[in-house]
Write a protein that binds this ligand. Structure first.
Ligand SMILES: Cc1cc2nc3c(=O)[nH]c(=O)nc-3n(C[C@H](O)[C@H](O)[C@H](O)COP(=O)(O)OP(=O)(O)OC[C@H]3O[C@@H](n4cnc5c(N)ncnc54)[C@H](O)[C@@H]3O)c2cc1C
Length: 417
């Protein structure tokens, strides 16, 4: 069986690696190199994550096993403990904010008291009208209004009232009353997967990506522009001249349907309604910091996050990537950076197209319409933009592992019949 995998990001490479031993697999990639949005670029010998800093960890044992046993052995990675900060009302406090109330009290005692009061009064009835409502019910009004709503307005470039809250589960540490009070006496810690993470000993994420790609049949500089199905041969035809028995998609599903011959107009319309944000980044030489990253909820800067990428390296160096939502110019990014003396010198700049799926009110409905159609015509689709979800690399790998199982189960059940 000959399989085409569309796209060679983490998802395409993972499913490629998982299937290549048993099938004839070809990965088609439009850009000149594999790796997708997780790939880095070398700038003055430093690996610059052009789509924003990436660290790896997972709560799923099968994902860790795949990566450490089959892609890059665990001794080729070093472990880093997250030390994240929030620049909150001009002060640097620890992340997550709900565990930093004592620090808030040191510069605004009244706000700290209101946060505690509102947190304890929050009425979480497990029913949420929108993302803003979710923050209010999980964290109380004061924390929602002072931090979560402005920060989310910034990173989504959209009113949290107009957003679906279902994606946020598992993305944030959620305190309960006990952990909240423990934090006030100084002992609470969140246990999110990225509170500790791995980075390659080469100080470059591309080592992981290149190991994932090793031995795979990847055809770069091939943009998938058309897909059709030939009834008499039962073959898929890509770009009029490439023939396959099966297609696995990882390219964005807002763009895929219009490439498929005879796709109904209603599906193409639903796909076109799926929205996403671009991200602009800049690599900087900086002053020293001990932090791994810093969140910036305030509206006085267009940056929403600093990734102190130099602190992912061994030995550590003073480099940071700043991220801003949308397409910003080099001048906007560098001028904005001048407001913060921590950022010393801009070194490089990049704008990524597909970066963040936007979870607006209609995303679920439109996504389901497209996924159902792809399912009906037997095109598998996985990955961050292939499933249109807020997936980190590990979840992309998890999807690939699950798809491999599904493909094998289907083959066995057909053979048994
Ligand atoms: C700012 C930011 C920070 C992140 N930080 C982390 C992190 O710290 N840890 C973590 O685990 N994850 C992180 N992620 C998520 C991670 O980047 C993704 O989960 C993962 O890289 C997605 O891989 P993918 O293969 O699904 O998609 P992509 O990487 O987008 O791959 C899709 C591929 O398809 C190709 N393609 C598109 N159209 C066509 C076409 N028509 N023909 C052929 N090829 C095509 C593209 O060129 C691309 O190579 C972050 C994401 C962002 C945006």
């Amino acid at each position: 069986m000959k399989i085409a995998i569309l796209g060679s990001g983490i998802t395409g490479l993972s499913i490629g690696k998982l299937l290549s031993e048993d099938f004839d697999v070809e990965i088609l990639e439009k850009s000149s190199i594999h790796g997708g949005i997780a790939r880095t670029k070398s700038v003055n010998g430093i690996s610059y994550h052009v789509t924003g800093g990436h660290c790896f960890n997972s709560k799923y044992p099968d994902v860790l096993d795949f990566v450490f046993q089959h892609v890059m052995h665990k001794d080729k990675w070093h472990k880093i403990t997250r030390d994240a900060a929030i620049k909150f009302k001009g002060n640097e406090i620890n992340y997550p904010i709900e565990f930093a109330i004592k620090q808030i009290a040191s510069f605004d005692n009244e706000l700290a008291i209101n946060i505690v009061k509102d947190f304890l009064n929050a009425n979480d009835d497990n029913s949420y009208e929108n993302l803003e409502d979710w923050f209010r019910k999980k964290f109380g009004n004061a924390l929602a209004e002072e931090y979560f709503i402005p920060y989310n307005q910034k990173i989504w470039n959209r009113d949290p009232k107009e957003m679906d809250p279902s994606w946020v589960k598992d993305k944030l540490p959620i305190p309960n009353v006990k952990s909240f009070f423990q934090s006030l006496i100084g002992t609470a810690k969140d246990k999110m997967p990225h509170s500790e993470f791995y980075y390659p000993n080469t100080n470059n994420q591309n080592s992981f990506i290149d190991n994932l790609a090793k031995g795979l049949n990847i055809s770069c500089n091939i943009e998938v522009k058309s897909i059709s199905f030939e009834d008499n041969t039962k073959k898929w035809i890509i770009n009029d001249n490439l023939y396959y028995d099966k297609i696995i998609n990882t390219i964005p599903i807002n763009e895929l349907p219009k490439l498929i011959f005879n796709c109904p107009e209603s599906i193409i319309k639903s796909a076109a309604k799926l929205k996403y944000n671009k991200v602009s980044t800049m690599l900087w030489e900086t002053n020293p910091t001990k932090r791994t990253w810093t969140y910036l909820p305030d509206s006085d800067t267009i940056f929403h996050r600093y990734i102190h990428i130099g602190n992912f390296f061994k030995p550590k160096i003073n480099y940071t990537i700043t991220e801003a939502i949308g397409e910003k110019s080099y001048e906007e990014m560098s001028e904005n950076g001048k407001k913060d003396p921590f950022l010393v010198k801009p070194l490089d700049y990049h704008v990524s197209n597909h970066a963040y799926v936007i979870f607006d009110d209609n995303y679920k409905e439109n996504k389901e319409i497209v996924l159902n159609y792809l399912n009906k015509i037997s095109i598998h689709t996985i990955g961050r933009f292939g499933e249109w979800e807020y997936y980190n690399m590990d979840i992309c790998i998890k999807s690939a592992i699950e798809l491999k199982t599904e493909i094998f189960n289907n083959l066995y059940s057909k053979n048994e019949k």
